[in-house]
Structures are given as C-alpha cells and as structure tokens.
Design a protein around this ligand. Sequence first.
Ligand code: IPM
Ligand code: MG
Length: 358
Amino acid sequence: MILNLTVLPGDGIGPEVTDEAVLVLQAVATRFGHELRLQSKLIGGAALKATNDPLPGDTAQACLSSSAVLLGAVGSPEFDKNPGHLRPEAGLLRVRRELGAYANLRPATFFSALEDSSPLRPELVRGTDIMIVRELLGGAYFGQPRSIEGEAGSRVAVNTMCYAEHEVERIAQVAFDLAMKRKKKVLSVDKANVLECSRLWRDVVTRIGTDYPAVKLGHQYVDSAAMLLVQRPTDFDVILTENMFGDILSDQAGGVVGSLGLLASASIGGKVGLYEPVHGSAPDIAGKGIANPLGAILSAAMLLRHSFGLETEAATVERAVSSVLDAGARTADLAGKSQASISTAEMGSRVVKSVKRM
Ligand code: IPM
Ligand code: MG
C-alpha cells in the first residue's frame, strides 16, 4: 500500500516527537511492504514566522491532497500577545475544520509497566482503558459571535457555545459504534443542569442511543465526571463529550494513566484524518531531547488503523510500545526519582527495534 502522508511538525517538542513517529512508520512500512510518501509542511508558530499565517494555503492544500496527516504540536509563548487569528493555535483549529475532522478519539490506556508513574494508587488505576470521544468542530471553540471589545479596564469578552442537532448526532454515532467494539458502555458528559447546549446534547444522545440497545448509556455532569475519573477510572469505557469538556477531561485522563506524554489522538470523520499527540508543544522542554515520543508514535498507530485500515500494523506498533516500557525504557516524564531516563531519540529507536522484531 502507498501511505501518502503530510507531516506537520509544528512548534516546541512537535518536531522532535514527530521525527520519532516517522521513523517508526518507516520501520512499519519496511516490515510490512508498504511505501511511505511524506511531505512536511509548516503550521502554527513555525508557519507564522515564515509566512505570518498559522495555516498557509500550501499546508492546507497538502493536507487535503494526502491520505492522512501526522501533526506534532502547535503553540509558543512568543505569540501570546497576538490577536486570536494570528496565534499558532488558530492554525490547528483551522486545519481541523478544513479537514472536517469532527470526531476526536483520545484513548487513555494504562500500561501495567507504568504503575509507578500514575499519581493514583496502583489498585485504583490498574486496568484503566478509556476512549474519550471529543466533539472537535463545535462548541465554544468555533461558536459565533466571539469578541473582546471596549477600553482597557472596562473591556467585555464574548464567546458562544453553540451546537446543532446534526453535530451531536454524528459524534454520538461515532461513540456508540466504538462502544460496540469495546465494553458497550457510553458515558455522555455534559452540564445539562446549566447549559442549553448540554440539554440539547443529552436529548440527542439519548435518541441516538435507542439505535444501540446493546450499549449501556449513562449521563454525567462534567464536574462530577471529573471527580469520578480520578476516583474510579476503571469504571469508564467510552466517554462522549463536547469540545471543551473533552479538551479538559483528556488531559486529566493523561494524568491518571501516568503521563500526558503517552496520549495519542485521531481526529476523523472528514475527508482526511489528522493524528496528533494530546500533549501540546511543551515549550519549557523543547529542544532538549527529553520529550516523550510515545504519544506521537501511538498517534501514528492510530493513523495506520483509522486512515488505512492496517490493524495488524497498528497493533504491532502498540505492542512494540508496551514491550519497550516492559523492558524499563522511561523518558523523563515517566521515570520515577530512582529511575534512569532515556532521550526522545533513544525511546524512538527502541520502539523501531521492537517493531522490527515483532
Ligand atoms: C488539544 C489542545 C488544543 C485544543 C489547543 C492547542 C488549541 O489543547 O488538542 O487538546 O484545545 O484543542
Ligand atoms: Mg488540550
């Protein structure tokens, strides 16, 4: 198979971790007889510097004309004072929208080798296997109107949370379909005691749920879901939620399983799938070669699965990651006080070796 990819390394630790993910994809391609065709493009702060646009036209074009997009991270404090449309994050939101990627899958799986990395007691976190299904193109992230107006000292800011029924329907279907292949449980997370958007959300999710009688559907307010996520993470299977709640809960789930650096994501549902680690650009550790590349590598596994249907290849990468963790490999974010840590590149090359051996 020809694997035609656009790579968007982006900012901060993005380039370091995507380099490792690409090496792993190359190893998979060689091992299974595929041909990897890559083009690398600018996004985020890197694109702002070069073109004053966080998503230059040729980047968007390249993404739309490839079969899948692998992204590192965007964001840099350098642009904190810029207006919203000239911030690195605007590039990410625009590429998600241009690709039509409304369904963001964020698995948070506990690796047994990492018992000591979780802040929770092992008996609480052991067995955690959560799939967060985050709506990615609606809610306060994209709602209009939005503005900051007025004189300093008396400014007023407005954001709009907005959901249309069809937007809730399509993401609910993704969550229920995934649940059918898992433990058949969907927990829909909202704030229906306060927000109209959430009342509509709950209504539509309940209706779609009747098409999936085998799936047990529950509803939870987001505040209480946040508490349960640390109290009883093993109770969860699929969490279905809107854009901002999903943003928050997925970082929390990363903390629960030991490190945000491990979390991968797939943004699908549109013309071309977008795959990115959940962790972000981490400017404080960028360029030091200590970032954890496993989130990016596991995102590459999701790319193989969701954009190309290459289940065996995806599972090979996931097993390779487990096996290097079992063998004791730890980047700084995963290493306990008494454990030695290895570099980004070393972690990547151990996964590559393991893929070759699988
Ligand atoms: C994420 C990130 C992004 C988001 C930012 C960088 C715009 O936090 O992917 O979780 O909020 O979606
Ligand atoms: Mg986030």
